[in-house]
Design a protein around this ligand. Structure first.
Ligand code: BG6
Length: 474
């Protein structure tokens, strides 16, 4: 039997995001975001007006977290609570709310990791093009400055942007995020470049303001494997998918430059969509390079890995019937087709469960970016239709199994010297899944969305024991 032991100072964390947990979308002068518009259409079956009521129940949630061994929490600040239209007046009520929330985290001994942008651009800016509009970068820097001035003495870990890839894949490729555009990879690539600059400028701003804390970015980094390793066309397709979803962003945020190989692949992909080429300004790479040196940590969100095969033909979403995000099968012109693998189990939403892909990714990061001193796995978890039984118990053994196997992969990577300092289970409490609503649950704590009552799942009890023993037995 193998034993995996985590270091004494390891963060056993859990994650949330403002829009998915807070609710109170009309309170304190909060500005709207594009999701409000989308969810209030008649055809929509869910909305975030209440979500998990975290805006009002965060004290209780932090107490539960602490009691169950969660010693760190990812929260995000809603830009539209701080500056309702993204560029205008700062809202004193929004500022006060996050003071209360951050103070409560510190009081309960749950270290806050604070994200500035988690899929929720203020609506006014969204309508001006969101990250496709270069002008948004300066608005984001101003918002970040406000947050650093207010909370910089209290927060030790800042995250600039959550998952640039998921944002553009949802907005411009799969099209299940507003503005629901499909298969427009040129837009996706350009918007990613702008996000990389926004991230970089915020890192430099933070460092200029001279705080003692650390700042990093969160990428979703899922390994891409050729479906048939003996087929060079599958190998190329997997490489292209990796460059588009992973390498492009890793290059920008941790090297400060797109390598020639990255640009070659990106240009090949863009060729399939016409004559578009990425637009840079002359000082973009100075900014990216400086910020890459000052970025303190990398956050990795990992849910699945993907098997890719060669694909010819027009882009196509094959399994998107339920609106499931990251649909198991889709094909992108110029890239490849994502397929399932018969030997790899999947979640109820067809996401491949493949802890080995996390191990491979961690080893790759250490190899390619040895200067990164700290890595956090900032999201990992399994969405399921958890059932609460007559005794008010939720027996989520599948979650314990999933989390345990991914922690084992992390521990093995730590054994090879990869500096993983913490893990955040997605999510602390059940919350809104952007494109799957409320019946795809992820939390340690079950939320009854009618009464907003919380119930600790079996996994929460398991987590408490793990945080004490710091050991997993295989
Ligand atoms: C990550 C996001 O991509 O995946 C979270 O950072 C999100 O905000 C999580 O909720 C799970 O995705 P989904 O679509 O299953 O809720």
């Amino acid at each position: 039997m193998t034993k995996y032991t985590f270091p004494e100072n390891f963060f056993f964390g859990a994650a949330t995001a403002a829009y998915q947990a807070e609710g109170a979308t009309d309170i304190g002068g909060k500005g709207k975001v594009a999701w409000d518009e989308m969810y209030h259409r008649e055809s929509s079956t869910f909305h975030a007006d209440q979500a998990s009521n975290f805006y009002y129940q965060y004290e209780e949630d932090l107490r539960l977290a602490k009691e169950h061994g969660v010693n760190a929490i990812r929260i995000s600040i809603a830009w539209s609570r701080i500056i309702p239209n993204g560029i205008g007046e700062v809202s004193p009520e929004g500022i006060a709310f996050y003071h209360r929330l951050i103070d409560a985290c510190l009081l309960h001994g749950v270290e806050p990791f604070v994200t500035l942008h988690h899929f929720d651009t203020p609506l006014h800016l969204f309508h001006q093009g969101d990250w496709l509009n270069r002008a948004q970068i300066d608005a984001f820097v101003r918002y970040a400055e406000v947050c650093f001035s207010e909370y910089g003495d209290k927060v030790s870990y800042w995250i600039t942007i959550n998952e640039p890839w998921s944002i553009v894949a949802g907005q411009y490729i799969i099209g299940h995020f507003p503005p629901e555009i499909h298969y427009d990879i040129p837009k996706a690539v350009q918007a990613m470049h702008h996000m990389m600059l926004a991230h970089a400028k915020v890192v430099l701003t933070y460092k200029r303001m001279n705080f003692n804390g650390k700042i990093g970015i969160v990428h979703i980094l899922e390994s891409k494997y050729a479906r048939n390793l003996d087929n060079p066309l599958d190998v190329l397709a997997a490489k292209r998918e990796d460059v588009l979803a992973n390498q492009f962003l890793l290059d920008a945020s941790f090297l400060g430059v797109y390598s020639n190989q990255t640009l070659d692949h990106i240009n090949h992909i863009l060729d399939a969509y016409g004559s578009y080429r990425l637009i840079f300004a002359s000082d973009d790479f100075d900014i990216l390079t400086q910020a890459a040196q000052y970025t303190d940590f990398m956050g990795i969100n990992y849910y699945a890995s993907h098997f890719i095969q060669h694909y010819e033909g027009d882009s196509l979403i094959i399994h998107n019937g339920t609106g499931s995000k990251g649909s198991a099968r889709y094909a992108n012109k110029g890239v490849g087709e994502r397929v399932t693998h018969p030997d790899v189990p999947t979640t109820d939403w067809d996401w491949p469960i493949y802890p080995e892909g996390l191990y491979d990714m961690l080893i790759r990061i250490q190899h390619d970016y040895p200067h990164i001193k700290e890595i956090f796995v900032t999201e990992n978890g399994i969405g399921a239709k958890d059932i609460i039984n007559d005794n008010q118990e939720i027996i989520d053994d599948y979650r314990i199994d999933y989390v345990s196997k991914h922690l084992q992969a992390i521990s093995r990577a730590q054994g090879k010297g990869v500096p993983v300092r913490g893990y955040f289970m997605w999510s602390l409490i059940d919350l809104l899944s952007w494109t799957n609503g409320f019946n795809k649950r992820y939390g340690f704590f079950y939320v009854d969305f009618e009464t907003q009552k919380r119930h600790a799942k079996k996994s929460a009890h398991w987590w408490r024991d793990l945080s004490i023993s710091k050991t997993i037995q295989e």
